[in-house]
Design a binder for this molecule. Structure first.
Ligand SMILES: [Zn+2]
Length: 398
């Protein structure tokens, strides 16, 4: 039981709306010249440095800002292969429709366990180096029983937030037998994967011939729920569609993308804001040169919003939440504070977690440190690597 007091915090963003003496503008629960005591991986005390109690150890962060570690609630990190040529083709006008996923499937099936594990490890390190302390990882590039199950086994070595996405696309070998593939996903594949997964997800996009219709998605989600998994949905990414409506109807924790929404979709999300979070993934719109979701309108309507990377080989090969924040502020009309809350306490909510995303006693000591005096620098200095986790910083000695 050793405790460490962290001082030299020019600005501490806690997201704690009840913190005494904090600046509560935009609900950030901000303290200047703050201290935090960490004990056994948990927050033990938060307050002004001048009132900090004694601890076993002491570390001075040198006038930096400290924020809740980023919660990246949507990623597809278990894959092999390279799709940079597909990106280049897209930049010359080729449209994205999900067809390229099959290329990742071939490469992932061909990779050894050790190779896949190493690839995921590198990607997780990359995320930590940019301030991410929690990551959700989906399967979805195996698309057969053995490769989906091993994708989840490997993901579970890195995070407890694992998501079974056997219903990512219909794999090429089932193209003329869609119903058989849905049977496989909801039967044998689900049985093999559920022990390694907390969530189930489906790419519900009737516009794409590779993704799943509303009826197929409902069958997949129902089976996952019966197997004890929480529900997540990829919806309304490529055009208007039933994904959001279905997610709300089924009480999913998150519906992700939400790029093309109707008035009714927004009303449904606002009414379900305690249950279902709209997770926005603007890195995907950036990398597919598509229009961005209307975050401002969602926020003003009272929808619960999260921001995540969607880190994946096809539509957004970026592991950077700071990049996502910069996009959300510059392109989607969120304030820097709204964007920061969406990528921390907002994405924690989309994972139904309240032990992360808010810096308060009893919560996990998942913190990010910025080489800057204020959180504002996250979107003010795009592309500059100012964020890392407190743990990473400790390892590198500053
Ligand atoms: Zn995704």
């Amino acid at each position: 039981m050793t405790s460490t007091v962290f001082t030299g915090i020019a600005e501490l963003v806690t997201n704690d709306e009840h913190l005494e003496g904090a600046d509560q503008s935009e609900h950030l629960g901000r303290l200047r010249n703050a201290a935090v005591i960490v004990q056994d991986g948990l927050i033990a005390w938060v307050g002004p440095a001048s009132r900090a109690p004694e601890a076993d150890g002491r570390r001075d962060l040198g006038g930096r800002a400290v924020i809740p570690g980023f919660v990246d609630s949507h990623s597809h990190l278990v894959f092999a292969g390279d799709r940079s040529a597909e990106f280049a083709a897209r930049m010359t006008g080729v449209r994205y429709d999900g067809a390229g996923i099959a290329n990742s499937v071939w490469a992932t099936r061909a990779a050894s366990d050790d190779d896949l594990r190493a690839l995921v490890g590198v990607r997780i390190e990359e995320m930590r180096g940019q301030g991410t302390t929690t990551v959700e990882i989906k399967s979805g590039y195996g698309l057969n029983v053995d490769d989906e199950a091993r994708s989840l086994r490997i993901a579970a070595e890195f995070t407890s937030e694992t998501t079974f996405l056997g219903a990512h696309v219909v794999p090429p070998e089932y193209v003329d037998r869609r119903a058989e593939y849905v049977d496989l996903v909801t039967g044998e594949m689900l049985s093999a994967c559920a022990p390694h997964a907390r969530w189930i997800d489906v790419f519900c996009e009737p516009r794409s011939p590779h993704a799943f219709t509303e009826d197929e998605a409902r069958v997949v989600l129902s089976a996952g729920r019966d197997a004890g998994l929480g529900l997540r949905v990829h919806g309304n990414q490529l055009g208007p569609g039933p994904g959001v409506r279905l997610a709300v109807e089924m009480g999913a924790a998150s519906v992700d993308h939400c790029t093309f929404l109707s008035e009714a979709d927004i009303e449904a999300l606002a009414a379900a804001s305690d249950t279902t979070v709209a997770t926005l993934l603007p890195g995907a719109e950036f990398s597919t040169r598509s229009r961005y979701p209307d975050a401002r309108r969602l926020f003003d309507a009272g929808v619960s919003i999260a921001l995540a990377t969607d880190c994946n080989p096809g539509t957004c090969y970026s592991s950077s939440i700071p990049f996502v924040l910069a996009l959300a502020v510059r392109e989607m009309g969120l304030t820097p504070a709204e964007a920061l809350r969406a990528a921390t306490v907002g994405s924690a909510k989309s994972l139904r977690r309240n032990d992360i995303g808010v810096v308060r006693p009893g919560n996990r000591a998942d913190l990010a440190v910025l080489d800057a005096p204020s959180y504002l620098h996250l979107s003010y200095r795009p592309g500059v690597p100012i964020a890392s986790t407190l743990e990473e910083r400790g390892r590198h000695g500053s």
